[in-house]
Design a protein around this ligand. Structure first.
Ligand SMILES: Nc1ncnc2c1ncn2[C@@H]1O[C@H](COP(=O)(O)OP(=O)(O)OP(=O)(O)O)[C@@H](O)[C@H]1O
Length: 258
């Protein structure tokens, strides 16, 4: 299966006209999950878009496996919060379409698409149109379709931001199991500190716009259900919130203060 690619951002400067959007140095190891966390509007999505080749840097380098984005053979797949499924195609035909773009022979597409849908827990829903599926199910189809492109880097822009807490947690677990299987490199944007802690090997804290790397926090994994209730998780959570200037004052400290 597709092992992940190395991603390197070196002195990467991004701008919209005169307005600077980001200035970033960051190395991501093959198969690593790096979460970008930062204030709204700081430039997180812009960084992902540059990596997807949708925005040309003003200066610096964005490399995938040692080659500039665009020149690289390594495929970077973007996953958005709003699913980008074709509404007139059933779940299986949406996935088949990605296989077609990869030039998988027609006779193989149906079986591979069904396998991918089964991997994301959608057995029995192949013939449903996107409009007949819940938000979480549509994100599952989107994940299956993304996997069909055999991405070596997945660029995920708040993919679970619109889901309810329970569905979001299920999708996080699913993403981890898919990542363990495919060993894809993942850059993941979120506003949610708990989501960052659960998924990341490293959390990159960005400054307000233009986004620069303020701090990188390593997260000891393995990821396991219930990890969020362990003291280490709470400590990291506090460390990240403190670095973001959002430290909650523990109630014990606020008592007896003169
Ligand atoms: N196409 C564009 N043209 C001009 N300015 C833009 C464009 N896209 C984004 N911006 C601006 O660039 C800045 C960074 O936007 P970006 O969407 O990357 O932020 P973000 O950190 O992902 O925000 P959020 O967390 O709210 O999604 C913002 O000030 C935004 O208004």
């Amino acid at each position: 299966m597709s092992a992940g690619a190395r991603v390197r951002l070196q002195g990467l400067k991004l701008a919209f006209g005169d307005m600077p959007a980001a200035e970033v140095d960051l190395d991501v190891e093959p198969g690593e999950i790096v979460v970008l966390l930062g204030p709204s509007g700081c430039g997180k999505s812009t960084i992902l878009r540059a990596l997807a080749g949708l925005l040309k840097p003003v200066a610096g380098l964005a490399e995938v496996d040692g080659r500039p984005v665009g020149d690289s053979d390594a495929s970077c797949a973007m996953v958005f919060q709003e699913d980008a499924l074709l509404p007139w195609r059933s779940a299986v035909r949406n996935v088949e379409y990605a296989l077609k773009l990869r030039r998988v022979p027609r006779r193989e597409r149906r079986r591979q698409a069904e396998d991918l849908l089964a991997q994301v827990g959608l057995e029995g829903f192949s013939d449903h149109l996107p409009g007949q599926l819940s938000g979480g199910m549509r994100q599952r189809v989107q994940l299956a379709r993304t996997l069909a492109t055999r991405p070596r880097v997945m660029l995920m822009d708040e993919p679970f931001g619109a889901l309810d807490a329970q569905t979001r947690s299920e999708m996080q677990q699913l993403l981890v199991s898919v990542w363990e299987q495919y060993e894809t490199t993942i850059l993941f944007v979120t506003h949610d500190v708990d989501e960052a802690l659960l998924l990341a090997d490293r959390v990159v804290l960005l400054s307000p716009r233009p986004a620069t790397v303020r701090e990188v926090v390593g997260i000891p994994q393995p990821r396991r259900p219930g990890a969020q209730f362990e003291p280490e998780f709470t400590r990291r959570r506090y460390e990240i919130l403190a670095a973001m200037g959002e430290t909650p004052v523990p109630s014990a400290l606020s008592i007896d203060t003169p």
